[in-house]
Each structure stands twice: as structure tokens, then as C-alpha cells.
Design a protein around this ligand. Structure first.
Ligand code: UFG
Length: 330
């Protein structure tokens, strides 16, 4: 298949590009490199352009006939979205509309959308299935919710079919250590904890230990990046086979607390990680755990790396590589 991977030089996108290549598909990467890395994808695949540029979109859709489009290019920080909603609505909504309208102009179908657990807001129950009400509580979550609604309307009106994949906590790295997570600034728990383990940070702040959870820290459902990418391919195959538009919650169904993540990182890295209990971070629900039974039954999705230690081990191998690079260039 020929697949346009928008945001293919970022964390999840670059793992997707690698998997597409390994499975014999033909990815084309569309990325403005605002947060992606040129060296995360083969240079020959990269179209360096911005979704705001309709001419660049017309050029790429004019040059290729895509079997599917995957869209990873969005801003993802909840806190920043509260401070700068315009940035989030412009990029995550307006630029996504540009992409969808380019697909319509060029008769492209089969859209895989990177959605998020943040569309559910503070959950009424866990694990969260697809029937759970969508009530986002921050502009990031609203931006993704808005596009889910746009996609339902575009399907009805224009026949553009899509699959919305609601990621819980994407984590881990390529098991062979070629690529991994590199956000600047980094805000995600696992890479931050591992930076503290490698000595690139002095400690990890634990954001609140007075939540209504067994150890008082927040519980999340960490899903390996490779399992996430598997689900994208399965969802695209299904759309290409003619299935109707769909939405799936993607996680392992196991929740781990912040303390459990740090304990696991200590065991994997063989270090003691300094912890500092800090105030709660605004907008953090106590528990987010996915019920991914629909993905398992409809997509026949079977996670391969569903234990936390494996996820952390792969992320640790990548962190050690980043830390030694940082030392070399210092
Ligand atoms: N945490 C800490 N210390 C840190 C960083 C995080 O204690 O330094 C805690 C957070 O409070 C949270 C947990 O670790 O309880 C996980 O935090 P992350 O930032 O790694 O992940 P989130 O669950 O906040 O974010 C995930 C995705 C985001 C998405 C969000 C939507 O990674 O991209 O879900 O809910 F926006």
C-alpha cells in the first residue's frame, strides 16, 4: 500500500513509517519538522511541508495515489493547550481540515486519525470503552473531539471513511533501538523518569500523591508504540477492505500508578531514582484505563509488548543512546 504519513518524523509517526517499510509498504512522509526529526525517517521519503500550505498538499496528492492517509501531526500538550488554545485549534483543527479537504479534492479515502483518551475527560467509569461519553476538559481534548465529529460528518456527506484511534499512553521505543521518543520539551512520565535514571535529570517530580488510588498517584494505561502501530495497519486494512468508519480505544487494559512506573524504571535501569512529591498537575484524571475489547475483536489486534517492564526496557535502551549522545556533544 502507498500511505501518506502526516507527521511521520515525530515519535509515533516515525515508528509507523518504519513498520510500513518493514512490511513492504510505501510510505510518504509529510512533515514540517516543527517537532519531528529529519533523521527519524529516510530522507528520500520526506516531503518537508506544512499542512497550512494547500499547494504543498495538492502537490503531494497530485504526485501519488494513496491507499490511505495517517495523521500524526498535532500538538499534544494538555497544559500548553490551556495556555495557548489558538495554537491548538489552528493546528489540530484548521490544519486537519486542510488535509481532509485535500483528500476530498484528490479523491483519497481511508483516513486514520490519531485521537486520544483526552476526548473522554474525567471518566465516569474505567476501563473506558467506546460508549463512554466524550466530554473533554481541555482545548487539546476538544481539538481531537472536534475532528472526530468532523470525520463523522465528512463520512455522511462526502463518503470519506476513517478510523479514530484513541491512544491512551503511548510509550516505549523501537525494540531494535533505532528510533525512540524525543519530545522537546519532554513532558511524558516514562522518558522523564528514565532521564533521571541516566543522570540527564536530577529527579522526577511526582505530580500528586493524594489521588483516590491505592498508592495515591495517578494510574495510566501504557501502550507500546509498536502495538499502537500494529493497530494502525489493521485499521487501515479494514477500511481498505470496505469496512465502515470506526473508532477504537487503544490501551492494554492494565493501569499502572506513577509510583509503579518509577519502581519499574529503577528495576530495569538498576538505579535509584530521586523522587520529589510535587503538587497535582491541573487536568490530570486519577485513572485512565482503556477497554480495548472492540479493537481486539473487530481488528483482531493482539498487543505483543503488553507488560510495563518491556515497554520501559525498550525506552531505557533508547534513553541510554540519547544520554551517551548528549555526553559526546557536551
Ligand atoms: N507525571 C508525573 N511527573 C512528571 C510527568 C508526569 O508525575 O514529570 C504523571 C502525570 O501527572 C500523569 C502520569 O504521570 O499522572 C502520566 O503523565 P504523562 O504526561 O506521561 O501522560 P498523560 O497521561 O498526561 O498524557 C497522555 C498523553 C498525552 C495526552 C494525554 C491526554 O501522553 O499526549 O494523555 O489525557 F494529551
Amino acid at each position: 500500500m502507498k500511505v501518506l504519513v502526516v507527521g511521520g518524523a515525530g515519535y509515533i509517526g516515525s515508528h509507523m513509517v518504519q513498520m510500513l517499510l518493514e512490511r513492504g509498504h510505501e510510505p510518504v512522509v509529510f512533515d514540517n519538522l516543527s517537532s519531528g526529526y529529519r533523521d527519524a525517517v529516510p530522507e528520500r521519503l520526506l516531503v518537508e511541508a506544512d499542512l497550512a500550505d494547500e499547494g504543498a498538499l495538492d502537490a503531494v496528492f497530485g504526485a501519488h495515489r494513496f491507499d490511505g492517509v495517517m495523521h500524526f501531526a498535532s500538538f499534544i500538550q494538555v497544559g500548553e493547550s490551556v495556555r495557548e488554545p489558538a495554537k491548538y485549534y489552528r493546528n489540530n483543527i484548521a490544519n486537519t481540515l486542510n488535509l481532509l479537504d485535500a483528500m476530498r479534492r484528490h479523491g483519497a479515502n481511508n483516513f486514520i486519525f490519531s485521537s486520544t483518551a483526552a476526548i473522554f475527560g474525567e471518566p465516569d467509569y474505567v476501563p473506558i470503552d467506546e460508549r463512554h461519553p466524550r466530554r473533554p476538559i481541555n482545548p487539546y481534548g476538544f481539538s481531537k473531539f472536534a475532528i472526530e465529529q468532523v470525520l463523522a460528518d465528512y463520512d455522511r456527506a462526502y463518503g470519506l471513511r476513517s478510523s479514530c484511534l484513541r491512544y491512551f499512553n503511548a510509550a516505549g521505543a523501537d525494540p531494535q533501538g533505532r528510533i525512540g521518543e524525543r519530545h522537546e520539551p519532554e513532558t511524558h512520565l516514562i522518558p522523564l523518569v528514565l532521564q533521571a535514571a541516566s543522570g540527564r535529570r536530577s529527579h522526577i517530580d511526582v505530580f500528586g500523591q493524594d489521588y483516590d488510588t491505592p498508592d495515591g498517584t495517578c494510574i495510566r494505561d501504557y501502550i507500546h508504540i509498536i502495538d499502537l502501530c500494529d493497530a494502525h495497519l489493521l485499521a487501515l486494512d479494514r477500511l481498505i477492505a470496505g469496512a465502515p468508519s470506526s473508532a477504537y480505544n487503544l490501551g492494554n487494559g492494565n493501569g499502572f500508578s506513577v509510583k509503579e512506573v518509577i519502581d519499574t524504571a529503577e528495576a530495569v535501569s538498576g538505579t535509584v531514582i530521586a523522587r520529589n512529591v510535587a503538587a497535582r498537575r491541573a487536568g490530570d484524571p486519577a485513572r485512565l484505563v482503556a477497554d480495548a475489547s472492540l479493537a481486539r475483536s473487530e481488528l483482531r489486534w493482539v498487543p505483543r509488548f503488553d507488560d510495563l517492564a518491556t515497554i520501559v526496557r525498550h525506552a531505557w535502551a533508547w534513553e541510554q543512546r540519547m544520554a551517551s549522545g548528549a555526553k559526546r556533544s557536551a
